[in-house]
Design a protein around this ligand. Structure first.
Ligand SMILES: [Zn+2]
Length: 148
C-alpha cells in the first residue's frame, strides 16, 4: 500500500514557521520538488478557512511573480500552511523570502486577486481583514524574513 509521505512525518516535531522539502520526483531531465510551507505549529493553531482562501489567492499570484517554474501552491487541508510545487530546485531561503514578500503584498492590498465569480469557486468566502492581521503578526516578529 502506498504511504503518503506527509503522513509519515511526526507532526509533533514540526516547527513553524518553516519551509521543508517534503517530496521530489524526477522523470527524464525534469525534477519536481514539493515544499511544505508551514505557518502554524500543527495541532496548536490553524488559520481560518476564509483567511486561508484569501492567502491562497495572494500567494498563488505573487509567488509566481517572484519565483519561476511554480507549478502549484495550495493550502494544506489542516489549514496550517501551504504546499508549493516547483519544476526546479530552490534553496529553502529563496522560498522563505518569497513567502515573506507575499505577506507584505497582503498587508498593503485593497483587493483580493481573482476574488470574483469568473475566477474563483467561492469568491465571497474570503477575509482580507483577518489575512492582514495574520500577515502583520508574522512580519512584526521579524520584518526581514518571517522564517528567521
Ligand atoms: Zn478562490
Amino acid at each position: 500500500m502506498y504511504k503518503v509521505k506527509s503522513f509519515n512525518i511526526d507532526h509533533t516535531k514540526i516547527i513553524a514557521p518553516s519551509v521543508t522539502l517534503i517530496d521530489t520526483l524526477t522523470a527524464d531531465n525534469l525534477t519536481i520538488n514539493k515544499y511544505a510551507i508551514r505557518l502554524c505549529k500543527p495541532n496548536e493553531w490553524y488559520i481560518r478557512p476564509e483567511t486561508m482562501h484569501t492567502l491562497e489567492h495572494f500567494f498563488a499570484l505573487e509567488i509566481r511573480n517572484i519565483l519561476k517554474d511554480v507549478f502549484d501552491l495550495s493550502p494544506m487541508g489542516c489549514m496550517t500552511g501551504f504546499y508549493l510545487t516547483v519544476l526546479c530546485d530552490y534553496k529553502i531561503t529563496d522560498i522563505e523570502t518569497a513567502i515573506t514578500e507575499c505577506m507584505s503584498k497582503v498587508i498593503t492590498a485593497n483587493d483580493i486577486p481573482a476574488a470574483n465569480i469568473l475566477e474563483c469557486g467561492n469568491y465571497k468566502f474570503m477575509d482580507l481583514a483577518d489575512a492582514k492581521i495574520i500577515c502583520k503578526s508574522f512580519l512584526n516578529k521579524n520584518s526581514i524574513n518571517i522564517f528567521l
